[in-house]
Design a protein around this ligand. Sequence first.
Ligand code: NAP
Length: 292
Amino acid sequence: MILLDGKRTAEAIRTELKQAVINRKEGGRKVPHLAAVLVGNDGGSVTYVNAKVKACEEIGFESTLIKKDNTITEEELMSLVNKLNNDPEVDGFIVQLPLPAHIDELKVTEAIDPKKDVDGFHPVNIGKMVLDLPCFLPATPAGIMELLSRNGVETSGKDCVVIGRSNIVGTPMSIMLSRNSNPGNCTVTLVHSRTKNLKEKVKQADIIIAAIGKPGFVTADMVKEGAVVVDVGTTRIEDPTKKSGWRLRGDVDFENVADKCSFITPVPGGVGPMTIASLMINTLKAMELNGK
Ligand code: NAP
């Protein structure tokens, strides 16, 4: 079994991006600038946004963190999005999801200029992804593609089962893996909560991508010998041995599944760092696409 080490792979990407920043500075060119909007103080969101800002600092990107109270109105948030769309200093920005219930997430996502949509959630970018046109790819599935590619995982001709059909992970993942590209060229089955005989379907897979948010859902009896297993799930579970009182657990029963796999991602340290690395790649791309 080979561990698909997202932490190490993301570090290699950060080193390349650092060099790109140095080259740009030497050429007297602008440094990429990512802005992140954080509404409220949900524990998970705060952790993710802080990690994104930290990654910018490490690479040498500029970053701006805009914190707003969760009483912010939809109009105020829309006006902030509009301001960022028109700020020439900001190359790309994200509005960290989830948003409070009184704000329409789709409306906010649609208000982001697709050219600055480094999360790749705007319908224009999703549409372009489906058509295989240049665009910003959603950060988590793009990070998984990068992880597979950089660790020599063969995907062509493989049977892949993606568990979970969210707009930000499962659905784009299924499209990206089925494209005529490398990595890609998989025969993909997308399963979800209404799927019949889910266990049997997963058991047929050469590659399993688990993205449902149910800790330990994928058990050893669902995994074929030699399968590649990518665990996207990150659920906080109680752990009195930790100072915080919790730890992250993935959707895969890692302890019992790992021995059966050819490759497997750990949680934490697998997909998470790759998601952040993808966001950084998209931010550099945003600046280049806008001719800066
Ligand atoms: P989501 O929007 O909650 O969607 C979950 C999906 O899983 C849905 O399609 C749902 O099916 C399916 N599902 C739920 N229970 C199921 C079951 N028992 N059997 C089959 N399918 C089931 O989730 P998400 O945003 O994609 O996130 C999934 C997990 O990934 C979460 O733990 C999240 O924290 C994590 N995540 C991690 C990263 C990272 O960077 N590491 C990034 C994003 C998300 P239906 O559509 O039928 O309801």
